[in-house]
Design a protein around this ligand. Structure first.
Ligand code: C5P
Length: 426
């Protein structure tokens, strides 16, 4: 029978509020004339759900695509279009809005509006407030949206270079079908992608310049073409860590076993299946990396030989096939004992899923793997869930990260790693 969990374990198993991504942040969301304006409505809703407040400002052209009424209902604030609007007591919406905001985001940004920005024009409230914003304090993010020919035109590309040189942060465009029926570059990012870009932009950057490799998910060891040995692992924690490391400014490679998760934006993903594949891909990826975080649930054994065809079930008792198994390489231990890791050039972090005696088991595993930091969690309380609780074990002792969403925990863990890698300066 399993021992009852300790008090620490019990407290870590309580579910807390999952929290939001942009609490207390205030943004000006600018809409200009483009079909993609409909995506700005959903983006506004996501911003509000993420805990932000949003002041919407629209150009006259934007109002031809979507109504201020819609944006007012979604933001919960009156929408402004004209610089002559006399609702603000001082009649200076362009000054008030650009001083209150943590950032101004123009989505969609039309070719025409980008040209206005490039020239420093201020004929409408939105362009005026972009020009009037305090450059050093209030960043401007621009999400272009236009037809592929307009996007590729040298004038547009010249204007984009100019506004980037003037301090705007350009969000990428997507490739695909366009409202005009053509296919190419120039589609605005989807609302969720805009949110992910904004969250990453606003996040502190303690891992700037670092190269991080993360393994995530299970491995799959084929027995025959239809059967295999695998582990319980959704990959959610590892994916959240990859995302958090990218938000923190790192260049991230994610070596992923078979999981059904979308790749965090800005992360390089290498898909693998077996432990041997994960081993080879990870050894390759950590060349030149500065941080390695092993969250994958790697199968300990693999069939010595996978059958070429499906193994047939024979009738009668005692017909189960005898599988010869070989031990898989320990990816983490191998890399942690490599010369670069031993020299302190590659900081290695291991994970451990335990069901009891979290701390003692974690300490033992840390020594066995030879890693400076071991992160323990309770297996049954994390598998497949969106929340988790972590116990960090290292030279300093034990640090508890209480139950929270995996995204929140991943950010906390990345901050802890950054502090250790930078010697406490992060
Ligand atoms: O030994 P155990 O599987 O409990 O160790 C867990 C830690 O070691 C995790 O960080 C896991 O990603 C890593 N590991 C590995 N290669 C293996 C087995 C585990 O990298 N073959």
């Amino acid at each position: 029978m399993e021992a009852a969990p300790s008090a620490t374990l019990r407290s870590m198993m309580n579910t807390k509020d999952l929290g939001s991504e942009l609490p207390g942040r205030h943004f000006v969301l600018g809409l200009t004339g483009g079909v993609a304006a409909y995506k700005a409505a959903e983006f506004c809703r996501l911003l509000v759900n993420a805990g932000a407040t949003v002041q919407v400002v629209m150009t006259g052209a934007a109002c031809r695509f979507i109504t201020p009424l819609t944006m007012q209902a979604l933001s919960g604030r009156p929408v402004y279009v004209s610089q002559w609007d006399d609702r603000p007591a001082n009649n200076m919406a362009h000054i008030n809005f650009s001083r209150e905001a943590d950032a101004v985001i123009v989505a969609p940004a039309s070719a025409d509006f980008i040209a206005q920005l490039a020239q420093g024009q201020a004929g409408e409230l939105l362009a005026l407030l972009c020009l009037a914003r305090p450059l050093a304090q209030v960043p401007l993010l621009v999400a272009p949206a236009m037809n592929r020919e307009m996007w590729a035109h040298p004038a547009t590309q010249r204007n984009l270079r100019q506004i980037a040189a003037d301090g705007a942060h350009l969000l990428p465009v997507a490739h695909g079908g366009q409202a005009c029926g053509e296919t190419g570059d120039g589609r605005m990012l989807e609302a969720e992608e805009l949110l992910e870009e904004l969250i990453a932009f606003m996040a502190p950057k303690p891992l700037l310049g670092q190269q991080v490799v993360v393994t995530a998910g299970p491995t799959y060891e084929a027995i025959d073409p239809v059967r295999g040995i695998t582990n319980l692992s959704s990959g959610k924690m590892g994916f959240a860590i990859a995302r958090a490391a990218r938000e923190a400014g790192a260049c991230v490679t994610l070596v992923a076993g078979p999981v059904h998760l979308s790749t965090p934006r800005g992360v390089r993903r290498i898909d693998v299946d077996s432990a041997l594949n994960m081993h080879a891909a990870t050894i390759d990826a950590v060349q030149g990396a500065s941080i390695f975080i092993a969250t994958a649930a790697v199968a300990d054994w693999r069939p010595v030989r996978a059958a070429q065809h499906k193994i047939k079930k024979e009738d009668g008792a005692g017909s189960a096939p005898q599988l010869a198994l070989a031990e898989n390489p320990d990816i983490l231990a191998g890399i942690a004992h490599s010369p670069r890791a031993q020299a302190g050039d590659l900081y290695c972090v291991g994970f451990a899923a335990e069901s009891e005696n979290l701390q003692a088991n974690a300490q033992a595993k840390r020594a066995r793997k030879g890693v400076p930091l071991l992160v323990a969690n309770i297996g049954p309380a994390t598998f497949g869930r969106d929340d988790n609780a972590l116990l960090l074990v290292d030279d300093e002792g034990v640090t508890e990260l209480p139950r929270a969403s995996k995204r929140v925990l991943a950010r906390q863990l990345v901050a802890e790693i950054a502090r250790r890698v930078s010697g406490g300066e992060a």
